[in-house]
Write a protein that binds this ligand. Structure first.
Ligand code: IVH
Length: 667
């Protein structure tokens, strides 16, 4: 077939299947078949570059970085909406609307208020020309290059008769699961985790390089038009229908009601159920359905009179800060932790909260004894928003960061970044205990009999001053300890002896090298095979390992250059600890990453029934379990997941969306 004709045909096919997948959630072909269509098109375009069109699905990723942002003027301003926080305020809104409309019947459309970033997409004769952020409402930034990476965003409207010009408005967002996934990758690269999906979305849209944006999975819902030439509509519900036919994703939880009572009921339901959605919503938006009524209601300079936002109260609670405790971490970092009068918050009892660092305590003027507001944001542990200085009694005390380590008394110093305090003691027992605990942990050297209490006693009696000292322990030493008999002593010695054979990956996991956990340790062991090759690697060589970024590479290199690092390794070697690893043959395409893994499924999936996915897991060599425990390797969470998801979160088990699961198994 003639390549021009085939390219057109392929684009049509790809757009059609994209639509089926993203808008209707009813795919007709497998991802593999889809990828084949895309590959064929890429091939044709590579051979005939003159055939590339701006709306070709190949143009979504891999564009060139831009130099800077261009400001664009919205043809119609992007207004904001007034907020309400209670049923009473909603009734007040309803009264105003009905009064202005002279008691006509009114229908309201209620939509989830997506906690993302508002954008405006301009289509001229059906083709996407510009995508911009809201900015100040009048002008925003041109972020077309990043918006094009959103797979469900149509590059061309699905219609033969497109309007000459239309601005489609909506919200770009990210799911919580995608953020968790991204943070896991960042951690492996030694980067700070990103705080929440909304800020991450905003940050991603402001990246200059669309290839970076393409690696983060942004998503889209549309809900409004700006300027529109030649679009005839009577109601908002018709608009939503039109957006769907044009190929845009529209939120599935939108409903219309004829009374404010029913609107309020629906809002209350979502206030309870907001956590069931895979993305954050911060309330609902209530809109008058009839466009002619909207015209009569008009707008103030800032917001329309025909719409209102009903915002959920943030999950906050007021309680007393009883004490601030300073904990010493593995590498000597001192972290302030707030001890609170127990309080109910978002379904759990909160007793502690992070205070991050000394500057934050000072900036927020948080004093011991204060009443404080604690908040839970997404899955992140609760933090203290502010203190309540108006109810102080005078008994509150300003917190001074200790100048000496609360455990070993060594001087405390600010680190080079100037944010954290560190204990300078080389033999700080708190640090040592933490290090020994991570070394003995199940995912590291898995030393039986070496629990927290035993570690404390070994350190406090001076029997153990370092990790290698564990391998020097003798029966006589142990028998000197109170309440340790022959049998438990032998048990511990056997455990220590057995740990010598765990191999390099486990040793690396246990050493406490900053940001080197189980996963990174495994990558290093498989790449280098033994400790000498690893120690000889330059930072450049290390960062060539897929999954290891430059910051992490530098960390690892520094550890093995440091005196402690070298000394520890030499001692372990002398004491007979195995410092090499059998390199496994790389799994061939088609081999399964689920072999031996326990997977739990919760919620409704879009592409599999429960039986189908469990069957699939078993066929791939995994075990499909019914309940979550520490033995669970992955949880696959669909729509409306149950309490299993909470349990998995609490246990820190990786949570996969349906898509991530499919990526994992290579579909
Ligand atoms: S309608 C004039 N619908 O909330 C009305 N906004 O405070 C235009 N938002 O800037 C907005 N979900 O970023 C509308 N379903 C939804 C929304 C929504 C989220 C955001 C939007 C807007 C802000 C208003």
């Amino acid at each position: 077939m003639n390549p021009a004709k085939r390219a057109t045909e392929l684009r049509k096919l790809i757009d059609y299947h994209n639509y089926k997948y993203y808008v209707e959630a009813q795919p007709e072909i497998s991802d593999r078949e889809f990828d084949q269509l895309l590959a064929e098109l890429q091939q044709i375009e590579a051979e005939h570059p003159e055939l590339i069109t701006p709306d070709s699905p190949t143009q979504r990723v891999g564009g060139q970085p831009i130099e800077g942002f261009v400001t664009v003027r919205h043809r119609e301003p992007m207004l904001s909406i007034d907020n309400t926080y209670s049923a009473a305020e909603l009734k007040e809104f309803d009264r105003r609307v009905r009064k202005l409309l002279g008691s006509e019947p009114v229908t309201y459309v209620v939509e989830p208020k997506i906690d993302g970033v508002a954008i405006s997409l301009t289509y001229e004769n059906g083709l996407l020309t510009v995508g911009a952020t809201r900015g100040d409402g009048e002008r925003g930034d041109d972020v077309t290059h990043n918006l094009k990476t959103i797979r469900e965003l149509p590059l061309r409207l699905r219609t033969d008769q497109p309007p000459r010009l239309v601005e489609v408005r909506g919200e770009v967002y990210m799911t919580r699961a995608d953020l968790v996934h991204l943070n896991r990758q960042r951690q492996a690269e030694g980067l700070e985790p990103l705080a929440n999906p909304r800020n991450t979305t905003a940050g991603t849209l402001k990246l200059l390089d669309p290839r970076l944006a393409a690696q983060r999975r942004l998503r889209l819902f549309t809900y409004a038009l700006g300027a529109a030439e030649g679009v005839e509509l009577k109601t908002h519900q018709q608009l939503l229908q039109l957006l769907k036919t044009w190929g845009f994703p529209v939120n599935p939880h939108i409903q219309a009601f004829d009374s404010i009572h029913d609107v309020i009921k629906y809002c209350d339901q979502w206030a309870e159920r907001r956590n069931e959605l895979p993305y954050d919503i911060d309330g609902l938006v209530i809109k008058v359905d009839d466009l002619e009524q909207r015209r009569r209601l008009g707008a103030t300079s800032k917001a329309p009179r025909w719409a209102v936002a009903y915002k959920f109260a943030a999950e906050q609670a007021l309680t007393r800060l009883k004490a601030i405790d300073v904990q010493v971490g593995k590498s000597g970092t001192l972290t302030p932790v707030a001890h609170l009068e127990p309080v109910q918050l978002g379904g759990t009892t909160v007793k502690r909260a992070t205070l991050h660092n000394a500057d934050e305590i000072a900036r927020k003027d948080i004093r011991v004894g204060d009443m404080v507001v604690v908040e839970k944001a997404g899955e992140i542990i609760p933090y203290i928003v502010r203190s309540e200085p108006t109810v102080r009694t005078g008994a509150e005390r300003v917190f001074h960061f200790p100048t000496e380590c609360p455990v070993c008394g060594s001087p405390v110093r600010r680190d080079s970044g100037g944010v954290f305090y560190r204990c300078t003691g080389r033999n700080c027992v708190a640090q040592l205990k933490k290090r020994l605990r991570s070394f003995a942990q199940r995912n590291a050297m898995d030393i039986e009999g070496l629990g927290e209490e035993m570690i404390d006693r070994l350190v406090e009696t001076g029997l153990v001053h370092s990790i290698p000292d564990l391998y020097r322990l003798k029966m006589d030493d142990l028998l000197e300890l109170e309440r340790v008999g022959q049998k438990s002593a032998q048990n511990l010695l056997d455990g220590i002896e057995a740990s010598k054979q765990r191999g390099l990956a486990r040793v690396l996991t246990g050493l406490g090298i900053p940001h080197v956990g189980e996963h990174v340790a495994e990558l290093l062991a498989q790449e280098f095979g033994d400790i000498d090759a690893l120690m000889a690697a330059t930072p450049e060589r290390l960062s060539q390992v897929p999954g290891i970024g430059p910051v992490l590479a530098e960390n690892i290199h520094q550890y093995f250059q440091s005196e402690t690092g070298r000394h520890t390794v030499e001692e372990l070697r002398k004491l007979g600890v195995k410092l090499s690893e059998e390199i496994r043959p790389k799994p061939k395409a088609g081999e399964t990453p689920l072999a031996g893994k326990t997977v739990v499924v919760t919620g409704t999936l879009s592409r599999y029934s429960r039986e189908e996915i469990e069957d699939l897991i078993r066929r791939l060599g995994g075990k499909a379990a019914g309940s979550v425990s520490r033995k669970t390797d992955y949880i696959v969470a669909g729509d409306k997941p149950g309490s299993k998801l909470d349990k998995a979160r609490a246990l820190g088990i990786p949570i996969l969306s349906e898509e991530e699961f499919e990526r994992l198994i290579g579909r």
